[in-house]
Design a protein around this ligand. Structure first.
Ligand code: HDD
Length: 678
């Protein structure tokens, strides 16, 4: 375990029951735990049975309310390392010096579904990071998409009500494909841009480890001179940004609803620590009005081509939690947890968030002392006059619990800014009290069009299919019509085919043709590596011994091959060498792997061959790399795919086969296959 202040702090709270005698919560040793105390072996249970009462009462109260959004989540510990001093822009201590390390805790989540829902839902992913800095906790509570549904926090309950399961029948779970959500979008068109991100492949990530993260809002950096700059935060995954395809997502949800958490857990457990670089887009205050959108509008992004992302540090997740409830469930994030040098802007969504997060923790975590829970404690000490409340753990000694005072020499006392005291940025504001939206927030479509135009042809096709699916699930024709009419304002190439697919009038007027693009918005342009990609090696008894070498070499290339066969347990190669089958065709479906290698075997029978055929067919249809030993290559002819891209034959002579396999596996998918198959 990596040694950092947070890990050391958490150690003090850990307890290990292993090998111990059982006690009550009062420490009394218990002599019997299977039978309640009764009046006679067949008689009634006695009220006196304190052990039964304590055990049952605790159990009855085990559950807490799930998060109203982002209920399904998974988290890990790690650390952030600063690459270079950012003192020019911010006095934040954790960004002040090259090499400075700060413990972090990161929770990824889906938004819509309940705590037990499947993870490959088409949804936004939460990407919340708690930095345990020496100056207190700093929370960057972001998402894997750079914009948001709404412009003003007062509409948050509405968008969440609309996307959640419908109230009259509680359907659907973990899905936005229903009438109320799309009715909301059509009637609150500020959502058009974000909803397009939801239709893009970003909404069905291959892994948490392959997602970008965004702070979304424009925040503010402030340096020691008190000079402010606007800043947007980005997390860039080292493994690049990759997604599954929709058909695959739906199947994964059935085969392994824990696909994402398991992927993260296993990567960390096996030492393949996921990494993201932190990037910032910095805009000098003088440039506030140089954009054709308002920097305070959270439905807008700053194209990276206009303001480059400066990489300033790296985050590595290197430790799984010990207890999901104690850590992942009880962690409480809040965009208002800031440190000196990082401040807010007047983004009306951010302003409202500053209220909501503490408020929600009060009900979810049962009172005002949730900051004392081990996972939420800062690594620096904290002192103030806040006292008491449910579950208070701190024993504040002394007589004085108010400020100002003379009895304690007026302590605890506020710190001067030079002593690290947080000083709100002295922004000049003036205006009339109004319930209104600035005119500069009124363009809802230009950036949605920019995003559309920036997608690759395949990504566009996926978005068309996604919208056809989503609206196809809406019962009300009027809702379907309103949404395609709205998307005509984004691009007719999106609205028209969808309209045809879902049986509504095809809009004729709208945006057409080419225009500005932002290549950084297409995930096709992100990095592609073989690392940790999972390969299913399909084997039968008596398989060719050369396969074992190939599998070893695949591992060296960073791939994660696993033998898949009819039965679990040891299986012999033709030369008698034994390997272990880790997954069967029942438990190791093709959708759970990134690539397939058909090794076959002397004793492969018809049933085996049939399963292999289905397996390869499915992987191929999901555009994955499929390969086979020469002796097994007939399957490629049978499926008529031998000449398609991403289809490889291992002739046993090519010593570099595994390397070639790794290079192709890194490509992620072979989208041009539809054109080339046969
Ligand atoms: Fe939020 C949770 C991200 C707008 C109110 N939000 C929550 C989480 C993430 C985000 C990642 C889960 C944190 C965790 O893992 O525990 N939320 C965002 C982003 C937003 C956003 C990126 C827009 C840029 N949120 C937003 C608004 C409001 C909220 C406008 C209300 C005014 N969010 C909440 C909440 C949650 C929450 C109700 C539910 C659980 C929690 O806070 O701790 O307070």
């Amino acid at each position: 375990m990596s040694n950092n202040k947070k890990n050391e702090q958490l150690e003090q709270f850990k307890t290990d029951d292993h090998g111990k005698k059982m006690t009550t919560n009062q420490g009394l040793k218990i002599s019997e735990d299977e039978f309640s105390l009764k009046a006679g072996t067949r008689g009634p249970t006695l009220m006196e049975d304190f052990h039964f009462r304590e055990k049952m009462t605790h159990f009855d109260h085990e559950r807490i309310p799930e998060r109203v959004v982002h209920a399904r989540g998974y988290a890990a510990h790690g650390e952030f390392e600063c690459y270079e001093s950012m003192k020019e822009y911010t006095k934040a201590d954790f960004l002040s010096e090259k090499g400075k390390k700060t413990p972090v805790f990161v929770r990824f989540s889906t938004v819509q579904g309940s705590k037990g829902s499947a993870e490959l839902a088409r949804d936004v992913r939460g990407f919340a990071t708690k930095f345990y800095t020496d100056e207190g906790n700093y929370d960057l509570v972001g998402n894997n998409m750079p914009v948001f549904f709404i412009q003003d926090a007062i509409k948050f309950p509405d968008v969440v009500h609309a996307v959640k399961p419908e109230p009259h029948n509680e359907i659907p779970q973990a899905a936005s494909a229903h009438d109320t959500f799309w009715d909301f979008v059509a009637n609150n068109q500020e959502s058009a841009h974000h909803a397009l991100w939801l239709l893009s492949d970003r909404a069905i990530p291959r892994s948490f480890r392959m997602m970008e993260g965004f702070g979304v809002h424009t925040f503010r950096f402030v340096n020691t001179e008190g000079k402010g700059s606007f800043v947007k935060f980005h997390w860039k995954p080292k493994l690049g940004v990759h997604s599954v395809v929709w058909d695959e997502a739906q199947k994964i949800n059935g085969k392994n609803p824990d696909f994402h958490r398991q992927d993260l857990y296993e990567a960390i457990d096996s030492g393949n620590y996921p990494e993201w670089e932190l990037g910032v887009q910095i805009v000098p205050e003088e440039d506030e009005f140089k954009f054709d959108f308002d920097l305070l509008d959270p439905t807008k992004l700053i194209p990276e081509e206009d303001v480059p992302v400066k990489i300033i540090g790296k985050m590595t997740l290197n430790r799984n939690v010990d207890n999901v409830f104690a850590e992942t469930e009880q962690v409480a994030f809040h965009p208002g947890h800031v440190v000196p040098g990082i401040d807010f802007t007047n983004d009306p969504l951010l302003q409202g968030r500053l209220f909501s997060y503490t408020d929600t923790q009060l009900i979810r975590l049962g009172g005002p002392n949730f900051h004392e829970l081990p996972i939420n404690r800062p690594v620096c000490p904290f002192f103030n006059n806040q006292r008491d409340g449910y579950g208070r753990q701190t024993i504040n000694v002394g007589q004085v619990n108010y400020h100002k005072n003379s009895l304690a020499n007026n302590t605890p006392e506020p710190a001067l800014p030079t002593e690290g005291g947080f000083e709100h940025y002295q922004e000049k504001v003036e205006g009339r009290k109004v319930r209104a939206r600035s005119d500069s927030f009124k363009d809802h479509f230009s950036q949605a069009t920019l995003f559309w135009r920036s997608l690759s042809d395949v990504e566009k096709q996926h978005a068309i299919e996604a919208l056809s699916f989503e609206l196809g699930m809406c019962k009300e024709k009027s809702v379907r019509q309103q949404v395609v009419d709205m998307y005509a304002n984004v691009h007719l190439d999106l609205a028209q085919p969808v309209a045809r697919n879902i049986g509504v009038d095809v809009p004729q007027e709208g945006v057409t043709g080419d225009g500005k693009q932002s290549p950084a918005l297409s995930q096709e342009n992100s990095s592609k590596l073989p690392d940790t990609r999972k390969v299913a090696v399909l084997v039968a008894e008596g398989f060719d011994a050369s396969v074992i070498k190939v599998v070893d070499e695949m591992q060296k290339q960073g791939l994660e091959p696993a033998y898949v066969g009819e039965m679990l347990g040891p299986i012999k190669a033709a030369d008698g060498t034994e390997v272990e089958v880790e997954k069967t065709f029942l438990t190791g479906a093709s959708v759970l792997f990134d690539a397939v290698y058909v090794a076959g075997g002397e004793q492969a029978d018809e049933a085996f061959n049939k399963k292999v055929e289905e397996y390869v067919q499915e992987a191929f249809e999901h555009y994955k790399l499929v390969a086979a030993l020469t002796d097994e290559a007939a399957i490629m002819d049978k499926l008529d795919i031998r000449n398609a891209t991403g289809v490889l034959i291992d002739d046993k002579v090519n010593k570099g086969f595994a390397k070639e396999f790794a290079v192709l596996a890194a490509k992620h998918r072979f989208w041009d296959r539809n054109l080339q198959a046969g």
